[in-house]
Design a protein around this ligand. Sequence first.
Ligand SMILES: NC(=O)c1ccc[n+]([C@@H]2O[C@H](COP(=O)([O-])OP(=O)(O)OC[C@H]3O[C@@H](n4cnc5c(N)ncnc54)[C@H](OP(=O)(O)O)[C@@H]3O)[C@@H](O)[C@H]2O)c1
Length: 319
Amino acid sequence: MFDLHGRRVWVAGHRGMVGSAVVRRLARERCSVLTVERSAVDLRRQSDVETWIAETRPDAIILAAAKVGGIHANDTHPAEFIYDNLVIETNIIHAAWRSGVGKLLFLGSSCIYPKFAPQPMTEDALLTGPLEPTNQWYAIAKIAGIKLCQAYRRQYGCDFISAMPTNLYGPGDNFSRTSSHVLPALIRKVHEAVEHGQETVEVWGTGRPRREFLHVDDLADALVFMLRHYSGEEHLNVGTGTDVSIAELAQTVADVIGYRGRFSFDASMPDGTPRKLMDVGRLAGLGWRARMDLRTGIAQTCDWYRTALNQGLVRAAAE
Ligand SMILES: NC(=O)c1ccc[n+]([C@@H]2O[C@H](COP(=O)([O-])OP(=O)(O)OC[C@H]3O[C@@H](n4cnc5c(N)ncnc54)[C@H](OP(=O)(O)O)[C@@H]3O)[C@@H](O)[C@H]2O)c1
């Protein structure tokens, strides 16, 4: 067990959706949280990272900094997705070893698994088949992050671990028209439909694919749990273990926001893989389970979206 009491925990990427949720969650622990702005430390620069770690001497690091984006962003900026992610994780993991950081938790994502991995996806599916080509750049960098943690554990005995979360949502999500994921995109569209009295909301694809969604506050709780209780080479999936169809998801958003119109599903747009669900048995076996049900999580996210919109805080709201 890694005791957080009195420890200095650096949350890398603290302004992001995951990083800010981790900072909120760590506020309940008796530890000091360290953060640094990108303008002071660009994580792509090794000397910046080494100096920061050497000066601040964190006891633990949660590595939630990454270049993140949807299919379009990945497809049009492949060099940035592979370079930024490889270099950020390499710089931090290497500097953490050099400074003797006691624990490091690296964050990947479910896109590390093969495109046609059997569902639900177990941790063992890693590197058993070809990746989804559109985000292979990002996925390869994330797989390298898992391998870095394993290699530093094997060669130097570092307690570096990896978590692979499913699709996330919650406060701080990206609601941009061009680069958001399905759930924030639905929240935005339905919210605007109610505001403008629209009778139809268009949704890409048939509505039949099934996806899993984890609230980011649940993820933050899982990460703190893993920091404390998990030490091993194997990466661990983090999810709810349940999925919904996109049509059911849209209806839940409509019910929460009070939209009474209809959805039109544009079947000419690609559906992607029919089902994407994590097997979360290993983490459950250690004693952690997601707590927030989807409807409550969506209602809480819609409240955050309305408030942030009024305060001009929604990311890329103008796009
Ligand atoms: N969002 C999801 O659905 C999802 C699902 C599974 C896994 N994950 C994983 O969770 C992690 C965090 O994702 P997120 O959704 O929280 O992403 P995010 O909201 O885009 O946050 C990423 C953070 O990384 C920071 N960052 C990026 N490049 C940097 C650089 N060169 N120097 C310093 N800071 C830099 C950003 O700083 P600025 O604020 O300054 O830009 C931001 O704070 C990622 O590893 C991702 O793979 C996310």
